[in-house]
Design a protein around this ligand. Structure first.
Ligand code: ATP
Ligand code: MG
Length: 503
């Protein structure tokens, strides 16, 4: 193998301080293009070089590089990785998940695992790894549970017997998030052992990485953007920004969200819709006799397995809605597949809640979105047919754009992914779709049922609540194409003070 030294100068004092810190968890937050990803790539390589030798003289390192989706991992994070650690060093194995870059020299054995979090299997794999350290790129997009669980996976390889880890911990890089995100809470009140590094505004005198960006980069990207966008992506402040195409363009906060909370009608059943997975969520709605759908509440559970979610939901319903029966409880049909302990999510939910949970009749995302859109567009006696209680903060922000189709970065023109982006808003929105499907929303879309959605108690459901639930329907395949080739690595930069990789 050729020997080459890659030179790197951090993008500015904050990026440098991030790299030099030894804290167990280090977070670098900053504007667009401020050199966050590059700093983390090089820090991974630098720490690998710093790993002490084992008894046989080898430095052994296993690192996980994590991103919320495979497509973003491939289109951005791995591209940056390859710039500083070209694939010809060692072996880059594509076509497997995770993708592995195995760098082996006479003294270094480094396994770099690129882990997406699209599927529950991906998360399971990640959380069974024994790692030296890990890096989560754009960590605002991932559930906090992944970070929490990861803290127990690092520092495990090489084992104490093999000489242990010289440094172990977690690197986090991100643009700023919404102020309701866990990331904001972490920055506002960092736990012990966590170090936070905030890069200054891209349009201020201390902006970082300007030398590596096109001239007037921030002035150019600011043009035509609203104040909130500039605040987040140029000033690096926390705030709420719509980043893609709205999933529900017909949603109007002023129309669909009443000023005061709507209380449930007595004697009318409630419908629950649930999404499983890492961050289980439940939407609680009531179909009114006049045909209106009132979304009373949302129940979003952080840091929870399915049993705890079920128990917490049952308790919540008992405390908040003691006077209303639940006449339908509908969930993501993928919950009918058997987990490692041989029980399905539906069996667990049935065991730990007083209701009989049923798989929604469809998992087709377009149909689910259509069902909610149809409800949003409906008028009942001159009033909106869909009402969202003002306290449903995650659903509301999701409607406002947190739940969106992400732009596809490459290519000509503006194109968007076909399925909404998975993020903190998508789980509760999936849950809401299942609830709407549960009261016959899919039939309305498909025109199978001509009458208005006018369910009373359990009427108008898309299944018979007394029948045992039917066969599973599988999740649609995720939109991932394997086997694409990557671009050639780009030339690297001189004027270094970090000789990071010598092979
Ligand atoms: N220290 C550096 N030396 C040379 N080039 C750099 C350095 N840091 C960043 N760059 C270059 O600057 C550009 C932006 O860097 P990078 O992608 O790391 O920023 P980022 O903060 O992760 O951006 P985003 O907010 O879009 O995720 C890239 O072209 C990258 O190659
Ligand atoms: Mg980046």
């Amino acid at each position: 193998m050729n020997t080459q030294i890659v030179n790197f100068t951090p993008a500015g004092p904050v990026a440098r301080a991030f790299m030099q810190a030894d804290a167990f968890v280090r977070l670098l937050v900053g504007p667009l293009g401020s050199g966050k990803t590059s700093a983390a790539v090089v820090e991974v390589l630098r720490r690998a070089q710093m790993q002490g030798r084992g008894t046989d003289g080898m430095r052994r390192v296993r690192v996980a590089i994590i991103r919320n989706t495979f497509s973003e991992l491939k289109s951005t994070t791995i591209k940056s990785w390859e710039m500083w650690c070209p694939p010809q060093y060692g072996r880059l194995t594509l076509g497997t998940s995770p993708i592995v870059h195995h760098v082996q020299t006479s003294e270094l054995d480094m396994e770099v695992l690129f882990v997406p979090l699209d599927k529950p299997e991906d998360v399971r794999k990640l959380l069974s790894l024994e790692l030296t350290f890990a890096w989560i790129d754009e960590c605002r997009e991932i559930p906090k549970e992944v970070l929490d669980a990861l803290t127990g996976r690092v520092g495990r390889y090489p084992s104490k017997l093999q000489g242990g880890c010289t440094w172990s911990g977690i690197l986090l890089t991100s643009n700023p998030s919404d102020t309701e995100s866990w990331l904001y809470k972490l920055v506002s009140d960092p736990p012990e052992g966590y170090a936070i590094f905030r890069q200054p505004s891209g349009r201020g005198p201390r902006a970082e990485n300007l030398d590596n960006l096109p001239a007037n980069y921030y002035q150019r990207i600011a043009a035509g953007k609203d104040a909130e966008w500039i605040k987040v992506f140029i000033d690096g402040e926390f705030g709420f920004v719509v980043e893609g195409k709205l999933v529900y363009p017909s949603f109007r906060d002023s129309v669909h969200v009443p000023a005061e909370r709507i209380e449930p009608l007595h004697g009318i059943g409630l419908v629950l819709g649930a999404d499983w997975g890492l961050t289980p969520a439940c939407a609680i709605l009531q179909p009114w006799p006049d045909g209106r759908i009132v979304v009373l509440d949302e129940f979003v559970c952080e840091n929870s397995g399915i049993v705890r979610f079920a128990q917490a939901l049952a308790k919540y319903m008992q405390q908040h809605y003691p006077d209303n029966d639940v006449t339908a409880a509908v969930g993501d049909p993928s919950g009918t597949t058997r987990g490692p302990d041989e029980s399905t999510v539906f069996e667990i939910m049935n065991q730990h809640t007083p209701w009989r949970w049923r798989p929604a009749s469809t998992n087709e995302v377009t149909l689910r979105i259509e069902a909610v859109s149809a409800a949003l567009n409906r008028m009942v006696d001159g009033k909106p047919g869909f009402q969202l209680n003002p306290g449903c903060g995650t659903l509301r922000k999701g409607f406002a754009g947190g739940y969106h189709f992400q732009k596809i970065a490459a290519g000509q023109g503006t194109t968007y992914h076909e399925t909404p982006r998975k993020n903190q808003y998508s789980h509760i929105h999936d849950a809401l779709q299942y609830a709407v499907i549960g009261i016959g929303g899919a039939n309305v879309v498909l025109n199978r049922e001509r009458r208005r959605m006018r369910p009373r108690m359990a009427e108008g459901l898309d299944y018979n609540p007394l029948e045992p639930y039917g066969p599973s329907s599988n999740r649609p395949p995720r939109g991932v194409v394997w086997g694409d080739r990557w671009a050639k690595p780009r030339a690297t930069v001189a004027d270094s003070d970090y000789p990071i990789l010598s092979m």
